[in-house]
Write a protein that binds this ligand. Structure first.
Ligand code: ADP
Ligand code: MG
Length: 430
């Protein structure tokens, strides 16, 4: 492989209609992951690609995939084009909103390909019939959440045996326990010989081990860096029972135009929304118990700046690209250290400045240390005036949680060793 890193889109052997579109979108230079991943994908390699949130991973697989499919279609010898319900490029993602976003990006990049590449997006929570219709006669690229794709396969609306390229976006999430059964079912339906591309901002070791079976001589690109980010991370300590008051205070003081607040459960969203509303803060909620129509409306309104404060579960943690989102707040800490990176990565995207705040009470203290350790960060604990932490708790705070009664004298396994680095079961999976 060429060792000099390409620095312009024109160095990447992209076809003119794609280059023209990138110019229109004002993409001046490829991001580092684009510069490195696009040539590898074009050469047909399997790939593990790790790069920070907001660093342009979508285009890293979408552009070469579009080009491959486009060229294949021009090649008369290819007789899979528009015959039967076959698919050539399959992109699997963890949430419905991300499916829509990735599919919209692909369609946008394909703007000057004169409709030659048919992209179809399928996900659950909405009527299946329009998706079946859209898939009639096959599709060049399908972007899907796994459950709905399996439903469509069992209705014979789509067939995977001609897939040439499989992409797992948010790959570590797709390979975590919450999706294991569905992914295995899909993998069994895919041809053995294909190109497989994994993209994520995080690849915990447990997941890397799983990728060995999935990939053939993969090229590995890991460009994650903690310091190159334009995102400022801060952590505020607070007494137990005072998080909501502190949060309301911060929202009022900073007058953020858009703030995304993460909690760990659907009912936690509603509960916090209630409490904040009573304190005069206007909020809306985004979680898996809402109907798809409501989910779309809320997310669109938030993106459009019509909702100042959105309280969400981790269904909003992965992949969503909300332009210039100024602040993300962890009201509850995420269980997995990886998801900390994904949550905060909704802010500070594409080089914009951003802020990530975590509110920790003494119950969170140890877990936050684990998150810091796994993500190789260390943040100064700060206090907010008027919300000073009870000093008498502080010496205890910095230690692991007290041993439960009667556990004997044996040294307890460090809690950090027990904390999973990936979601074992999502609180709010699709
Ligand atoms: P990731 O998947 O790495 O989190 P995305 O693919 O969602 O990031 O891209 C983040 C944002 O950056 C998107 O709004 C996208 O349009 C923009 N973007 C991607 N590549 C470029 C580029 N080369 N120049 C300018 N903006 C870009
Ligand atoms: Mg992404």
């Amino acid at each position: 492989m060429n060792t000099t890193v390409a620095t312009k889109f024109t160095d990447l052997n992209l076809i003119q209609p794609l280059l023209d579109r990138l110019k229109e979108l004002d993409y001046k230079l490829p991001t580092p992951i684009q510069a490195q991943a696009i040539p590898s994908v074009m050469q047909g390699h399997d790939l593990i690609a790790g790069a920070n949130t907001g660093s342009g991973k979508t285009a890293s697989f979408a552009l070469p995939l579009l080009q491959q499919v486009y060229e294949l279609k021009k090649d008369k010898a290819d007789n899979t084009s528009n015959k039967g319900n076959f698919v050539k490029g399959l992109i699997l993602v963890p949430t419905r909103e991300l499916a829509k976003q990735v599919s919209d990006s692909i369609k946008s990049y394909a703007n000057h390909l004169n409709g030659a590449v048919k992209t179809v997006c399928v996900f659950g929570g909405v009527s299946i019939n329009p998706q079946m219709l859209a898939l009639r006669g096959g599709a060049d690229i399908v972007v899907a959440t796994p459950g709905r794709l399996l439903d469509l396969i069992s209705s014979n609306a789509v067939k995977l045996d001609k897939v040439k390229t499989l992409v797992l976006d948010e790959a570590d999430r797709m390979l975590s326990l919450g999706f294991t059964d569905e992914i295995n079912e899909l993998l069994a339906l895919l041809p053995k010989s294909k190109q497989t591309l994994l993209f994520s901002a995080t690849f915990p070791e447990q997941v890397k081990a799983l990728t060995k079976e999935l990939l053939k001589d993969p090229i590995e690109i890991q460009l994650q860096s903690a310091d190159a980010s334009s995102l400022v991370q801060r952590v505020f300590t607070v007494n137990q029972g005072q998080k909501t008051a502190l949060l309301a205070h911060l929202i009022k003081e900073h007058q953020w135009q858009q703030a995304l607040i993460f909690v760990n459960a659907k009912n936690g969203c509603e509960h916090l929304a209630d409490k904040l509303s009573k304190r005069g803060v206007f909020v809306d909620v985004f979680h898996g118990d809402k109907g798809q129509g409501a989910r779309n409306r809320v997310l669109d309104a938030f993106k459009a700046g019509e909702i100042d404060v959105l309280i969400a579960t981790d269904i909003a943690a992965r992949g969503l690209d909300i332009e210039k989102l100024p602040v993300v707040i962890n009201y509850d800490l995420p269980r997995s250290p990886s998801d900390y990176m994904h949550r905060i990565g909704r802010s500070g995207r594409a080089g914009e400045v951003g802020l990530a705040l975590s509110l920790i009470d003494h119950e969170d203290y140890h877990h936050f240390k684990v998150i810091e350790k796994k993500n190789k960060i260390r943040l100064e604990r700060e206090e907010v005036e008027g919300f000073e932490v009870d000093q008498s708790l502080i010496p205890k705070l910095d230690k692991p949680m007290a041993k439960p009664e009667g556990t004997g004298k044996k040294k307890r396994k460090k809690k950090s060793d027990q904390t999973p680095d990936v979601w074992l079961n999502g609180t709010d999976s699709e």
